[in-house]
Design a protein around this ligand. Structure first.
Ligand code: ARG
Length: 463
């Protein structure tokens, strides 16, 4: 096999080196970006009169043939070609002959790979954003049905104060919104064309980088070629953004795992999205949320791996940088399937309002409300009210009641000036609605938050 770019040495390369050095088995993922990049490149070369119209047309024709060969599964990815860039150029020679030798004019694999990889990352940013918006729609639909569904809000995984289920879903809507914004910010920052930087120092040909960037849909052209061919920040950003997003997914899934246990019984996963045990016939396992939680490990690993690869590299391109791709491909695939499947799990999950309500009767969720009542109505300082409420809670525990179940007579043992209205104040529903401050859990405040997201999502439809 004759390589297109035969290096200095004429000695055939050791087979072991070919295997070790080649990236084609994974960078074939970039074939479409490579073809699009080469088409734009020859258009620019022809416009600048660096190659002829005829050569440009033959090259574009050949590239289209290659595209269909790849898409029909007829293309041979040979490790002797080393990477997708050399492979396509070699195959182009087979198809159109000598004019293929012009495609790499005023270009190096260093700016070519920077281009292909950046285009892949930008496309992936958009795909992930779309999927996250779909997930947001599912969350909004669930939240809109549950603005009055009570459940215990927790801190330290202990019952804290009553909230409603929509409010809990809204917390995740906020997280995924920040994720979407992070992918968008990164997209904006990195929508800059690297092509035309050549090996590291630019090119002596009369190229037109602006034109090539425009053909490829970039907003602008990079400023410094040395930085451009060394830069993989765009890849680090998508890895970090995916890690943060998956951390949110993982927290959500941890809650789903807990909620679907018999201890909680707040939700029931659909049969379609749960699995059974091979030995215990009664079991319905939350494998999907568990696996989603587990996938966070690999995406975090991919981020740390690339940070480590890049740390300490001298400018400009170094072969270490070939290690940048597999982790990104893996994280992108993991992110996309994870968001899709999480949306399906949520859509098909049954929400057990009754069990949630029952749980609000445990753990003295309205203890803070009693302390606030004493402060507001019985001339207690908050700290004294807090102490007295502690005594009331201990008493309730002794007689096996929740604080919300105490009678007025029982409460009078602690403070005779307490009025009848306290009974209502200590009900979870009342307690939830009392937290009506901006961003609070009351149904009214929850509805405002829901409206905020409905408006936000409807604006995205117009975009
Ligand atoms: N396969 C290489 C990579 O993925 C392409 C760039 C090669 N450049 C070079 N100067 N050897 O990084």
């Amino acid at each position: 096999m004759i390589k297109v770019a035969s290096g200095k040495s004429t000695t055939p390369k050791a087979k072991l080196l070919d295997e070790f050095n080649a990236s084609i088995l994974f960078d074939k993922e970039l074939y479409m970006q490579d073809i699009e990049g080469s088409i734009a490149h020859v258009k620019m070369l022809e416009k600048q009169k660096i190659i002829s119209l005829e050569a440009k047309e033959k090259i574009i024709y050949g590239l289209h043939v290659i595209q269909s060969e790849i898409e029909n599964g007829e293309y041979i990815f040979d490790i002797a070609d080393e990477d997708i860039h050399m492979s396509i150029e070699r195959r182009l020679s087979d198809i159109i002959g000598d004019d293929a030798k012009r495609v790499h004019t005023a270009r190096s694999r260093n700016d070519q790979v920077a281009l292909d990889f950046r285009m892949y990352v930008l496309k992936s940013n958009n795909e992930i954003i779309k999927l996250l918006v779909d997930l947001q729609r599912v969350l909004i639909a669930i939240a809109s049905k549950h603005t009055k569904t009570l459940l215990p809000g927790m801190t330290h995984l202990q019952h804290a104060q009553p909230i409603n289920f929509a409010y809990h879903m809204l917390a995740y809507l906020c997280m995924f919104k920040r994720d979407i914004e992070r992918f968008e910010d990164s997209h904006k920052r990195n929508n800059i064309s690297p092509i035309g930087c050549a090996a590291l120092a630019g090119s002596p040909y009369p190229t037109n980088r602006e034109y090539e960037a425009e053909l490829l849909g970039f907003d602008s052209v990079s400023v410094n070629c040395l930085d451009t061919v060394s830069d993989r920040d765009f890849a680090l950003e998508i890895l970090f953004n995916i890690s943060t997003m998956m951390m949110h997914v993982s927290r959500f899934c941890e809650e789903i795992v807990l909620w679907s246990s018999s201890e909680f019984g707040f939700v029931e996963l659909s049969d379609e999205y749960s699995t059974s045990s091979s030995i215990m016939p009664q079991k319905k396992n939350p494998d999907v949320p568990e696996l989603l939680r587990g996938k966070t490990g690999r995406v975090n690993g991919n981020l740390i791996a690339l940070l480590t690869v890049l740390k300490g590299l001298p400018l400009a391109y170094n072969k270490d940088m070939q290690e940048d791709k597999e982790g990104v491909f893996d994280s992108v695939k993991t992110a996309k399937i994870s968001i899709k499947i999480l949306a399906e799990v949520l859509k098909s999950m049954k929400i057990n309002k009754e069990n949630m309500l029952k749980a609000t009767k445990k753990g003295h969720l309205s203890a803070t409300d009693l302390a606030d009542y004493l402060t507001l109505n019985c001339e207690y300082t908050f700290r004294d009210a807090y102490r007295l409420t502690g005594e009331v809670v201990s008493y309730a525990e002794e007689i096996n009641k929740d604080i919300s179940e105490l009678t007025l007579k029982e409460l009078h043992k602690f403070e005779p000036s307490i009025k009848e209205s306290i009974i209502n104040t200590l009900q979870p529903q009342f307690s939830m609605n009392a937290r009506n401050s901006q961003g609070g859990t009351s149904t009214c405040s929850t509805l405002t938050q829901l409206k905020y997201f409905e408006r936000w999502i409807s604006k995205r439809l117009v975009d």
